[in-house]
Design a protein around this ligand. Structure first.
Ligand code: SF4
Ligand code: SF4
Length: 142
């Protein structure tokens, strides 16, 4: 499965775009997180790898902004095993191993809509998913 970050502006947020695309393309879309109100919405979703291009195109055609979140990277050289990132992670994506190294579970991380660990790290050992996401969007040729 591939993760896509979908942003819906105020003008389209009330349209059932995700449901329409599921029905139209006949593919499953798994919603991981969703932050939606009357001013707009941001949804992190998983789609099958083989359908990724079609899904991105379909969302963009309906006015959504689509980017491909790349997740955080931890520089173990800079990490002092303080544990600040572990306690702040809302999805328990990071833990400190028995050898005091930081272990990051990419399957759980919700990426660019979070970044709590990036801001918490006193040694800047964690690379921002916001930076990575911008790079990914810039590199996406769809
Ligand atoms: S970006 Fe958020 S979800 Fe991902 S590891 Fe950091 S704190 Fe956890
Ligand atoms: S907050 Fe930074 S220094 Fe502390 S354990 Fe996490 S990655 Fe390591």
């Amino acid at each position: 499965m591939a993760r896509v970050l979908l942003r819906f502006s105020e003008s389209i947020v009330e349209e059932p775009i995700i449901a329409q695309i599921i029905l139209e393309l006949k593919i499953p879309i798994n919603i991981i997180t969703a932050h939606v109100d009357s001013k707009g919405g941001e949804v992190l979703a998983e789609v099958p790898n083989e359908a990724l291009d079609k899904v991105i195109k379909a969302f963009r055609q309906r006015g959504a902004v689509v980017s491909l979140p790349k997740l955080i990277e931890v520089d173990s050289e800079k990490c002092i095993s303080c544990g600040a990132c572990v306690t702040l992670c809302p999805v328990e994506s990071i833990k400190i191993d028995e050898d005091k190294s930081v272990v990051f579970d990419k399957e759980k991380c919700i990426g660019s809509i979070c970044s709590a660990c990036v801001d918490a790290c006193p040694t800047r050992a964690i690379k921002s998913p916001k930076q990575n996401n911008a790079e990914a969007a810039a590199n996406c040729k769809l």
